[in-house]
Design a protein around this ligand. Structure first.
Ligand code: NAD
Length: 291
């Protein structure tokens, strides 16, 4: 069993991105600049945004955090987005999800200019992705492709079962892995909450991407020997033995699945760190595209 080490791979990637930033600067080009909008004080969202800002510092990007109160109106948020769209120094920006209930998420994501949409959530970029055109790939699926590629996991002709059909993980993952591309060319099955024979499907899978958000859902009896496992899930579980008061659990029951696996991502330290590195990569691309 080989661990797909997202912590190490993302650190390597950040070193590579930092090198590119140095080269840009040496050529007198602009420093990549990522902005993030955070609405409210959700604990997990604050942790994610802070990690993104820290990653910017590490690779030599400029970063701007726009921290808005929970009660911010949809109109005010849309105005902030418009300011970022029109700010030439900002190469890309993200709006941290989830948003408070009174704000229409779809409307907000549509307002981000596609050229600055480094999360790859705008319909224009989703369409471009679907048509195999150059675009910003959504960071989590992009990170998974990168991990599979760097560890030379064979995907061509393999049967991949993606559990989950969300717009940010399951759906794009299933599209990307079925495309003609590195870490693609797979035969993909998408499973979701209405799937009836999930165990039958996962038992046939060469690769399982678990992205459903139910801790330790995928167990050893559901997979075949030699399977590759990508565990996307991150759920906070109360744990009084931890200083933070919680531990992070994936969607995979690691103890029973790992012994049967060829490759497996741990949680934490698997897909999570890759997501942030790929956001940096998209921001670098956005900056390079402009110059
Ligand atoms: P979501 O809640 O939007 O979607 C969950 C999907 O799972 C749905 O499509 C649903 O149909 C499916 N599902 C639910 N119950 C199921 C069942 N019993 N059997 C089969 N399918 C079922 O979730 P999401 O935003 O895609 O996130 C999934 C998990 O990944 C969460 O734990 C989230 O925190 C995590 N996540 C991690 C990263 C990262 O960087 N590692 C990024 C995004 C999301």
């Amino acid at each position: 069993m080989i661990l797909l080490d997202g912590k190490k791979t993302s650190a390597d990637l950040k070193v590579e991105i930092a090198e590119s930033v140095k080269e840009l600067k040496a050529k007198g080009k602009k420093t990549p600049h990522l902005a993030a909008i955070l609405v409210g004080t959700d604990g997990a969202s604050m942790t994610y945004v802070n990690a993104k800002v820290k990653a910017c510092e590490l690779v030599g990007f400029n970063s701007t955090l726009i921290d808005l109160p929970e009660e911010t109106s949809e109109e005010t948020l849309l105005q902030e987005i418009e300011k970022l769209n029109n700010n030439n120094d900002i190469d890309g920006f993200i709006v941290q999800l989830p948003l408070p209930k009174h704000i229409d998420e779809q409307k907000v994501l549509m307002a981000v200019h596609p050229d600055k949409d480094v999360d790859g959530f705008h319909p224009t970029n989703v369409g471009r992705m679907t048509l195999d055109l150059p675009t910003f790939l959504p960071a989590t699926p992009f990170g998974i492709l990168e991990l599979l590629e760097r560890y030379k996991v064979e995907t061509s002709g393999q049967h991949v079962v993606v559990i989950g059909r969300s717009h940010i993980v399951g759906r794009p993952m299933s599209i990307l892995m079925s495309q003609k591309r590195p870490a693609g060319d797979a035969t993909v099955t998408v499973a979701h909450s209405r799937t009836k024979n999930l165990k039958e499907l996962t038992l046939q899978a060469d690769i399982v991407v678990a992205a459903l958000g139910i801790p330790e859902f995928l167990t050893g009896d559901m997979v075949k020997d030699g399977v590759t496992i990508i565990d996307v899930g991150i759920t906070r579980i109360d744990d009084s033995s931890k200083k933070s008061g919680y531990r992070l659990a994936g969607d995979v029951h690691f103890e029973s699945v790992a012994p049967k696996s060829s490759f497996i991502t741990p949680v934490p330290g698997g897909v999570g760190p890759m997501t942030i590195a790929m956001l940096m990569k998209n921001t670098l691309l956005a900056c390079e595209r402009k110059s």
